[in-house]
Design a protein around this ligand. Structure first.
Ligand code: PMP
Length: 389
């Protein structure tokens, strides 16, 4: 079968050099070369989220493990958590909090919109919260949260830790952990970082490390960051649990690619690809669920024009060579989700749009062939409409 373009919001396509790193010989977790690689990887993780004081943790697991690790090290039973939810992954924090009997309150937006910052301010004035969670990009809705503004508000509330889920943002959208006052920030491997799934990558501020200490005994063993702390500070000196040796090599290479591209350049590229896709799709009669100011640069929720049915469209698109994801929850059947993050290139943007156009024509949909691709090329290469033929 011909290889498909994998344009889902994670896992994203993986560069050959990362796959090569993954398939290096498996060595001991105490091997000096591996220890050196882990040290560099921990440092590079700090660099991509621009933190000096943050303590990085690289733990085998996925994004959900990182979410749970963040909560269990920040709260104890009965503590109050404020969840700002912009969709499915915001709501997941609520489920985790309930599993541990944390007191949880939720400010949720309609899907595709954001919770107004004034509502958050109001809530924080009403009650004391031990922590607040915000999902930088909720992958179910393609909404990008106002992390900077929420961080500003929280500067007045020293008892409230700021927990940011960067799973669908880190490595693709700017995150300044120190400047924005983030206490716990995390991501998996498999989205904008562009590495196969398998690691939970977290950073804790000094304040968050102090919070962990103030909790005393917690109901976690593997997820207790105090058990990982000595080996993250001095890899190779001690043992807690075996490093995912090959995954560390892969992440090391993934972060090198990010830093070689340059953070600013990488964020700009993600912005350009998002705009090219979103403009191209709108030109074809699709619409993008969130309004322009809150659209993510990593994933788009794309609403079908009338006459195009979800399942037949996605199936045909797949046959034609592109895999996209289904809508989640209330959006099921109404949208498809398109990932545009990680190490993709302009070729994938143009190829995806042209295969979407071919698929529309398979359904005898009435549109101007080339309009989507043309609009995207205009953004990517500044090509004037009609100038490419
Ligand atoms: N948070 C967000 C924003 C996500 O998009 C996802 C996964 N799509 C998760 C958390 C959970 O990550 P994982 O599937 O790696 O457990």
């Amino acid at each position: 079968m011909k290889k498909k373009l994998m344009m889902i919001p994670g896992p994203t396509p993986v560069e050959q050099s990362i796959l090569d790193a993954l398939s290096k010989e498996t060595v001991s977790h105490l091997d000096p070369e591996l220890v050196k690689t882990l040290k560099e990887t921990l440092q590079d993780l700090k660099t991509i989220v621009m933190t000096e004081q943050g303590q990085p943790f690289i733990i085998p697991g996925t994004g959900t493990l990182a979410m749970e690790t963040a909560l269990v090290n920040a709260l104890k039973k009965g503590d109050r958590l404020l969840v700002i939810s912009h969709g499915f992954f915001g709501d997941r924090f609520v489920e985790i909090a309930r599993a541990y009997d944390f007191e949880v309150e939720v400010l949720a937006s309609q899907w595709g919109k954001i919770v107004e910052v004034e509502k958050i301010t109001q809530k924080l004035k009403e009650k004391k919260f031990s922590a607040l969670t915000l999902t930088h990009v909720d992958t179910s809705t393609g909404v990008c949260a106002p992390v900077i503004e929420v961080g500003e508000i929280l500067k007045k509330y020293s008892e409230t830790l700021f927990i940011v889920d960067g799973v669908c943002a880190m490595g693709g959208i700017e995150e300044r952990m120190d400047d924005w006052g983030i206490d716990i920030l995390f991501a998996g491997n498999q989205k904008a970082i562009g590495v196969p799934p398998g690691l939970a990558n977290l950073l804790f501020s000094q304040r968050a490390l102090e919070r962990r200490n103030s909790l005393g005994k917690i109901f976690a063993y593997y997820m207790d960051i105090n058990r990982w702390l000595p080996i993250m500070r001095e890899p190779g000196e001690r043992y807690f649990a075996t490093h995912a040796v090959n995954m560390v090599n892969a992440l090391h290479q993934g972060l090198k690619i990010i830093l070689e591209e340059g953070l600013e350049e990488r964020f700009r590229r993600h912005q350009k690809f998002a705009l090219a896709f979103q403009t191209g799709l709108e030109e074809l009669g699709f619409s993008i669920l969130p309004s322009q100011e809150i659209r993510a640069n990593t994933v788009s929720t794309v609403v079908y024009p009338s006459g195009i049915e979800d399942l037949p469209f996605r199936e045909k698109l797949y046959q034609n060579g592109v895999l996209v994801s289904e809508g989640k929850g209330v959006l099921a059947g109404k949208v498809f989700r398109l990932g545009h993050m990680g190490n993709i290139t302009e070729n994938e943007v143009i190829m995806t749009l042209s295969i979407i156009e071919k698929t529309l024509s398979d359904f005898n949909y009435n549109f101007k062939m080339g309009a989507g691709v043309g609009a995207a090329e205009n953004i990517l290469w500044n090509v004037k409409k009609g100038a490419r033929h």
